[in-house]
Structures are given as structure tokens and as C-alpha cells.
Design a protein around this ligand. Structure first.
Ligand SMILES: [Zn+2]
Length: 323
């Protein structure tokens, strides 16, 4: 059981929503790149896996504009890119970007991997790459989806339905059946930016947990959350060696109560407040599951953002070069 008590009702959620503003364009910054990937053709197969929906809300009033349920659906078509025939017996990898929409380097890192790297590895591996799981949250630059659920606590079918998470689970469950074997690795691309200092306290408060910005640790570098049940511990080490070449590794001896060993933080996956993590779900059908946490403010802009994207890409490449 999740011990946290959600103190928010619908009007709290609407109030939160009313404060949001569109800050980026999914169409211009993500869909345009996915369109170009479509034009590449084989071995890249760009597949639709649905649309976001307002789930019963009639409309969304945001940023002085009104989006009807239909306009919302049309604004947020969902795509992933498959490489390879999943039933061909080759090892398959899953990459997810933008689970948290405000952590943009995951979105851009996944896209850049598809644009620059994936073809080099298409003979040896299959891929399922979801570049932008939460396009509404991406546009408003937030963690949460329109009805204020955290998509990275919603990879759990017993929780309230969050399409950002559960539509991915539908694709991945089906892919696992087709493959007839577990994925070799699943990588979920995140960031821990300075902004978490102001963002996290009110979000915890919703669940009756009082923390201050001083309680929010922002490690000054990259770290990798690795599931305790991962079959190949060498994979995490290989990722760190790959990432170290593009961005510093977090020096903190402990992160979120766990030891940080050269940038690897092993998660037991038992923290009840973490129920529904993308990584925990992926571990049920992947031999190795990881979450990246990148510090984009390691350098002033634009270098920090660029380095964050390269660190996401280096994570995926670290796995591929290791295997
Ligand atoms: Zn995140």
C-alpha cells in the first residue's frame, strides 16, 4: 500500500492546472523530428500508440486558451520508434524519454540517439524507443500530467489510469509476448535539475509530507539508478564509463539514502512512495533496468543542456558498446 494520503481534490488540481503555461511546442520541437524519422524508413518503423485524452474532462482552459477534448487529442498523438522484428531472437532494448515532461534532455537524448546512432546497432539489436511519453507535461514544463498525476508513479495498473504511462505498458507488454524473451535492458531518461528545489516541497506537501528546499538534494553530476535485481552489474559500470567522458559523475557519497558507488545508486524497488515507477515496471520484463539522473546545470546554458543530452545518449551507447 502507498502510505501517502493524497490531500488534493478536483478543485486543487484545477487550481494547479490554471497556473500552467505552454512553454514549448510538442509539434515543433518533437513531432517535426519524428516526421523526419518517418522519412528515413527502414530500419526505423515509426508507430502510433494512441493519443492523450482528457479522460472525462470536457475541455482544458490553460494559458488564456480553451482546448476541447478533441483538440487536446489532436495536439498529443503518441509515437514510438521500433527497430527490428521483435521475434527475431536478437536482444531488445527499451528507451523511454520525457516520462517527466520537464526533464527535456531525455526527450532530446532519445531523439538524437534515433537520428544519429540507432542504425549502427540495428543489425545486432531490436529497439523500442519512446522519445516523449508525456507531451502535455513537456509543453507546460512540468512533472505532472493534466490531471496532476505523476506519470512516473503510474506504471501500475492498480492505480488511477494515466494514459502517458499505461499506453506504454500496453505496447511493451505486447512486445514482450512477441519477443518470447525478456528485454536485455530498459533505460528511462531523467534529470535532477536545480528547479527540483522549488518544485518538490509543494508536491510532497500534497501527500502530507513536509520538506523544505534544503531537504531536496541536487547532486552535482550524473548518477544512475540501477535495480537491485539487475542480472548484469557490469552494465551499470559500462554506462558510467561511457557517461564520464561527456559529463561529471555525482560525487555525493549518498543519494536518497542509498550509497552512491561511482555514480551507481542501487534501488531495491521497495520504497512504497515509489510504487508505479517506470523502472520498476520495466524490470518485470527486462533483465536490467535503469533510470538516468542528469544535472543539466553543471554548466551555464547552453552548454549544460547540450551536455545533458549527450549524457543521455552516452548512457544508451554505453549499454550497446558493452554488449
Ligand atoms: Zn524525472
Amino acid at each position: 500500500m502507498d502510505p501517502r494520503k493524497d490531500t488534493w481534490n478536483e478543485s486543487d488540481k484545477l487550481e494547479w492546472l490554471s497556473k500552467q503555461r505552454f512553454q514549448r511546442s510538442y509539434a515543433e520541437q518533437v513531432l517535426s523530428r519524428i516526421d523526419k524519422l518517418k522519412q528515413v524508413g527502414q530500419p526505423l518503423q515509426v508507430k502510433s500508440y494512441g493519443k492523450l485524452t482528457l479522460q472525462g474532462r470536457q475541455q482544458l482552459v490553460i494559458d488564456g486558451a480553451t482546448l476541447t477534448a478533441l483538440e487536446y487529442e489532436d495536439r498529443y498523438p503518441l509515437y514510438y520508434v521500433q527497430v527490428g522484428d521483435l521475434a527475431n531472437g536478437k536482444p531488445s532494448l527499451i528507451v523511454t524519454g520525457g516520462t517527466h515532461g520537464y526533464e527535456e534532455s531525455g526527450v532530446y537524448g532519445a531523439l538524437e540517439f534515433l537520428e544519429k546512432d540507432v542504425q549502427e546497432y540495428a543489425d545486432r539489436f531490436n529497439f523500442l524507443v519512446f522519445p516523449c511519453l508525456s507531451p502535455f507535461a513537456y509543453e507546460v514544463n512540468q512533472r505532472w500530467v493534466h490531471n496532476a498525476w505523476d506519470p512516473n508513479r503510474s506504471f501500475d495498473r492498480s492505480k488511477p489510469y494515466v494514459p502517458e504511462s499505461q499506453l506504454v505498458m500496453d505496447v511493451v507488454d505486447e512486445a514482450r509476448k512477441l519477443a518470447g524473451q525478456d528485454f536485455i535492458a530498459a533505460i528511462d531518461l531523467h534529470e535532477t535539475p536545480d528547479r527540483d528545489k522549488v518544485m518538490m516541497p509543494p508536491q510532497y506537501q500534497r501527500y502530507g509530507i513536509n520538506i523544505t528546499s534544503d531537504d531536496v538534494l541536487i547532486p552535482k553530476g550524473y548518477y544512475l539508478i540501477s535495480d537491485i535485481a539487475n542480472e548484469d552489474p557490469g552494465m551499470a559500470t559500462a554506462i558510467i564509463e561511457s557517461v564520464r567522458k561527456v559529463t561529471p559523475i555525482a560525487p555525493d557519497p549518498e543519494i536518497h539514502g542509498e550509497k552512491n558507488i561511482e555514480g551507481v545508486v542501487v534501488s531495491e524497488g521497495t520504497d512504497p512512495t515509489h510504487r508505479g515507477l517506470n523502472q520498476n515496471y520495466m524490470k518485470t520484463l527486462a533483465k536490467n533496468a535503469f533510470t538516468t539522473e542528469i544535472y543539466p546545470e553543471i554548466h551555464p546554458e547552453p552548454r549544460g543542456s547540450q551536455e545533458a543530452i549527450q549524457a543521455q545518449r552516452a548512457t544508451i551507447l554505453g549499454v550497446l558498446r558493452y554488449l
